[in-house]
Structure formats: structure tokens, C-alpha cells
Design a protein. Structure first.
Length: 141
């Protein structure tokens, strides 16, 4: 006997990152759990107790760039809606208007830490501590 075939749902997974601090521009990327881009998904900002604000639709690669309104705060959510059963929600994590104040990741091409002298000092300290530890172990055995 043939029964109904199983239906396998695939969730949407999204990421949100700040592109520039000057105009609070954000980049959202959404993909299905299969890796396919969530193209043509409606993206909305959801203020608590307020009307949703539609910011646009994702492109063929599942991406959209948009700016936050000046009143955006930590209790707002970003909704990615690709149809029934295919929604994702992201929270803005900190109060404030700019992406940095909202706790969003810096852009992937940001190289701030690489040239920071504190990172260099921390790295050299770890390397020196590791070398000293290896010498101490070697003398012991």
C-alpha cells in the first residue's frame, strides 16, 4: 500500500551585519537549511506593539541591504518571510540607532583587530608563555 510521502521542511537561517556606520546600512542574508538562497523573501522590521515596516525583498542570492529607522531599538525584530513555514526572526540586541550600538557584527571585511597593537601583544604573550611552558616540561623529563 502506498501512503502519503513524507514532507521534509527546511528552515530559513539568516544573518545580519552592519555594512557602514555612517548611514546605518545593514546587510541581511537568508538561506534555507539546504544552502539554497531564500530569494524573494519579504523582510520586515517589527517594533513591539506597532505596525510592521516592510523594508523590501531578498534578491536572487537571498540578500537585501537596508537602513534602520532612527527609532529602532533593541526590542525590535527583523522578520524574514518566504511563505508559510519559512520564517526567520532576528533580534536587535542593544539599544541605539547605529549597527555597532545594536550589537551587530562588524562587516566581514573589517580588519580592525589585525592592526590593533593589543592583539599583537596578546598573541606574543601567548606564544611566549607556550614556549616557556614547553621548556619547563622538557627540563623536567
Amino acid at each position: 500500500m502506498a501512503g502519503p510521502s513524507p514532507v521534509w521542511a527546511h528552515a530559513i537561517e539568516s544573518s545580519l551585519e552592519r555594512i557602514t556606520a555612517v548611514n546605518d546600512e545593514l546587510m541581511l542574508e537568508s538561506r534555507f537549511s539546504t544552502g539554497e538562497p531564500a530569494d524573494d523573501a519579504v523582510v520586515r522590521l517589527l517594533p513591539p506593539g506597532g505596525e510592521p515596516i516592510e523594508v523590501g525583498r531578498t534578491d536572487a542570492s537571498g540578500r537585501i541591504r537596508f537602513s534602520l529607522p532612527s527609532q529602532a531599538a533593541k526590542d525590535w525584530e527583523v522578520q524574514v518571510d518566504r511563505g508559510p513555514g519559512h520564517r526567520d526572526y532576528l533580534e536587535l540586541s542593544e539599544t541605539g540607532r547605529t549597527g555597532a550600538a545594536l550589537g551587530l557584527r562588524p562587516p566581514l571585511n573589517s580588519r580592525r583587530g589585525v592592526n590593533d597593537p593589543w592583539y599583537l601583544l596578546a598573541g606574543l604573550t601567548l606564544i611566549g608563555g607556550g614556549a616557556a611552558g614547553m621548556l619547563a616540561l622538557r627540563r623536567r623529563f
